[in-house]
Design a protein around this ligand. Structure first.
Ligand code: ADP
Ligand code: MG
Length: 727
């Protein structure tokens, strides 16, 4: 079957697609009943555990006190009985390796009973700790392969759940993954550590504001996931989508997103059926999905859950990505999580909404209604400003990946420059405070922060800014530069830790001032905010982040502009970042270096796979179709010539030029791939950026020109128009 036949078949398959014959019925089982049905949550625990055990476990979950190991057997047993009632045959420790994916190792509950039968067993120690063979997970040199041991440790704060499969179910237990020396090999361990650091420092600030013994402070996250859906028939007809997750070739379609007619438009029937299926599965897993809509690009959609504690939100986000992919398959589609699957239309991000708060004071980034709350809010808000300015490079580094590079800093999407959008009103408040100083200046029209005197602040930050990588949106910050395929753990670890550092510095100053004289709080707060705005106010930018003028201005302001992953990743190992993470017990120097290695390697591998795929497609798919077309044209020319009919064909000339250029560019890309820039991963990554990627761009340009020239029935690859618009 020639390539173009495959394309026609794909179109036909889409056209004759029959929806699944098993409609969901939310009126039979209501969403409310479904919600959390497969989760070993507080309600289930309360019903199944002895009261004392339940209370003790809840205390661990709510206050972070350490787990009493004696409880494990009781909990494990209850968990096992519950899971088996739900049809589970196996349990799995689920963990989150540095690849950003989710890993799980399944074990059966059954053990031989010694007399030919079997027992269902699940001991406390199996719940608490697992030992998967970890040698194949990236560890960046922390663990030599001969000491492959890695341990998974039960994360009590993220509930166990049942994952369904048509042929059985599995009890899944979220875990942290560490080496036998206790070093983090995963994304969860530092996240838990960073939440602890943030809690400690945030509570110090709350205490200065007079809250006695404040409740544990949590970081909260609400990630908005953007994704593309394409029919599976097209997906399989595109080797690039299959192995790189994005199209490496493809001319822009006559109609793209310029009409803006897709955004928030009616959701196509098949897509809605898919969304409902996803939501049903996610509800069962206790994932509070809330919002669904079309996104800007054709074929692009978004789903967002209600925010949760950062750790839970991260686990749920991972489950959500897996579920989207699984359900897309069920509905005959592929869900593309890549940040830039199609050139020329919008890419996909994962906006991470971030806030912090606790049971007693609520959301600490909420301006509140009273001046007193306002002053406290301004302090937390100023802490974010200081943190983001001081560690802009780190924030850029934790969202760096080969795929996100096509989105950040390119000519669309948030730029690689990390700045904060505060909105007009809030910016004005901070500006006034910055100009403040003496209390008397109030008459001069300048606002002085007084814990008791500050007027009410606007709750609505006013306008939205879609071009800012980091925006205040009324009661939270939205980190918009995070990529759609990324785990949100990295960004959250960075946010928690840099904020912990800022709050630490602020608490230290305020504590000292108040210790001398409790009445000094007002003045001290004023001074702290004034200083922060003087030293870090440069990071606030409310204008158009996409404009060239901003690039120039940002440079003047001294804000880093780390355009690519290769520029950004080394920040991870800078003295500043190492000392930050070490000071707050989040990551050791060795752990950081291992991460840098892993991420550089992932970048190099991603680019190499793309380049190899591009070479293969260009040589075995695109070049042959160009040559076939050339042959047709040449034959026609010869035939006409014999009939004494002159056939001047510019197309023929163009086709000859482009085909031979394509051949040259394939060779050029191959020779870039063959180069060995050195053992050092940084050098390899630089070569990917400066050697391989530009060669791929050149090759693509020629291939895309050929797509616009070659007869459509000879063109083998599904086109942008087909992939984006045929559902
Ligand atoms: P928009 O597209 O307007 O930004 P969405 O409703 O799509 O808004 O997504 C907003 C996300 O922010 C949701 O996940 C929501 O739960 C989350 N969110 C709301 N309040 C907070 C908060 N205080 N902290 C963290 N996330 C929040
Ligand atoms: Mg948003």
């Amino acid at each position: 079957m020639s390539g173009s036949t495959a394309r026609l078949r794909a179109i036909e398959a889409v056209n004759t697609y029959v929806p699944l014959n098993e409609p969901l019925n939310f009126s039979e089982t209501s969403a409310r009943e479904l919600f959390g049905a497969n989760v070993f949550n507080a309600t289930v625990m309360k019903a199944r555990l002895p009261k004392q055990v339940y209370t003790s476990l809840q205390r661990t979950i709510e206050t972070g006190s350490s787990l009493d190991p004696a409880l494990a057997d009781v909990v494990a047993n209850a968990m096992k009985d519950w899971a088996i009632e739900k049809g589970a045959t196996h349990y799995a420790h689920v963990f989150y390796p540095l690849t950003g994916a989710t890993a799980e190792k399944h074990d059966s509950f059954l053990s031989p009973d010694g007399s030919g039968g079997a027992l269902a067993e699940f001991a406390g120690k199996t719940l608490i700790q697992g030992e998967p063979d970890a040698s194949s997970f990236p560890n960046g040199g922390i663990r030599a392969t001969f000491e492959a041991r890695g341990y998974t440790a039960w994360d009590v704060t993220s509930p166990a759940y049942i994952l369904e499969n048509p042929n059985g179910t599995t009890l899944c237990i979220p875990t942290a993954f560490v080496s036998w020396t206790g070093e983090a090999l995963d994304k969860k361990t530092p996240l838990l550590r960073s939440m602890q650091a943030l809690d400690k420092q945030a509570r110090r600030v709350l205490e200065v504001f007079g809250h006695e013994d404040p409740a544990k402070v949590f970081a909260f996250a609400g990630p908005e996931q953007e994704y593309f859906l394409v029919d599976r028939n097209f997906y399989f007809a595109r080797p690039d989508l299959l192995s790189a997750g994005r199209t490496l070739f493809g001319a822009p379609p006559p109609k793209g997103q310029e009409f803006d007619d897709h955004y928030f438009g009616a959701i196509p029937e098949r897509v809605l059926a898919f969304m409902l299926d996803c939501e049903r599965e996610l509800f069962k897993l206790g994932i509070p999905v809330k919002t669904r809509h079309n996104e800007v690009a054709p074929g692009q959609f978004e789903v967002a859950p209600v925010f949760e504690s950062a750790n839970l939100a991260t686990d749920h986000q991972q489950l959500m990505m897996v579920t989207l992919q699984r359900m897309a398959q069920k509905h005959g589609m592929a869900c593309l999580m890549h940040e830039k699957p199609f050139a020329g239309v919008n890419g996909s991000g994962k906006h991470v909404n971030f806030s912090l708060g606790n049971a007693t004071q609520g959301n600490l980034l909420d301006p509140g209604d009273t001046p007193h709350a306002n002053a406290q809010f301004l302090v937390f808000c100023a802490a974010v400003i200081r943190a983001v300015h001081k560690h802009a490079g780190l924030l850029r580094a934790v969202i760096a990946s080969a795929s996100n590079d096509h989105r950040l800093g390119a000519n669309e999407a948030p730029p690689a420059i990390i700045s904060i959008f505060l909105g007009e009103q809030l910016t004005d408040v901070f500006d006034q405070i910055a100009k403040g100083g003496a209390t008397s200046s109030k008459e001069g029209g300048t606002l002085t922060v007084g814990v008791d005197t500050l007027p009410g602040l606007p709750k609505d930050a006013g306008d939205r800014n879609r071009t800012s990588p980091f925006a205040f949106t009324g009661n939270r910050f939205e980190f918009r530069a995070v990529g759609s395929s990324q785990s949100i753990a990295g960004p959250l670890v960075a946010m928690n830790t840099i904020l912990a550092e800022s709050l630490d510095a602020i608490a230290t100053e305020l504590e000292a001032a108040v210790a001398e004289d409790p009445d000094e709080l007002n003045a001290a707060v004023q001074k702290v905010i004034e200083q922060i705005m003087a030293n870090h106010g440069a990071v606030v930018f409310n204008g158009d982040g996409y404009s060239d003028a901003w690039h120039a201005e940002a440079e003047e302001r001294g804000l880093p502009n780390l355009r690519t992953t290769v520029d950004a990743l080394p920040v991870l190992a800078s003295d500043e970042v190492v000392s930050l993470f070490e000071s707050y017990g989040v990551l050791s120097k060795r752990e950081i270096h291992s991460r840098l290695e892993v991420y550089l390697e992932q970048y190099v591998l991603a680019v190499q796979v793309e380049a190899k795929t591009a070479v293969e497609m260009a040589r075995t798919v695109i070049y042959p179709s160009a040559v076939r077309y050339l042959g047709e044209l040449a034959t026609t020319a010869r035939t006409l010539d014999k009939l004494d009919l002159s056939f001047e064909s510019a197309t023929l000339e163009d086709a000859v030029t482009l085909a031979s250029r394509l051949e040259g560019e394939i060779a050029a890309l191959e020779s870039e791939l063959a180069k060995e820039p050195g053992e050092n991963l940084q050098l390899e990554a630089e070569h990917c950026k400066d050697g391989i990627l530009p060669a791929m761009v050149a090759l693509r340009e020629t291939a895309d020109s050929l797509e616009g020239l070659v007869a459509d029935d000879l063109w083998p690859l599904a086109t942008y128009q087909e992939m984006l618009f045929i559902k």
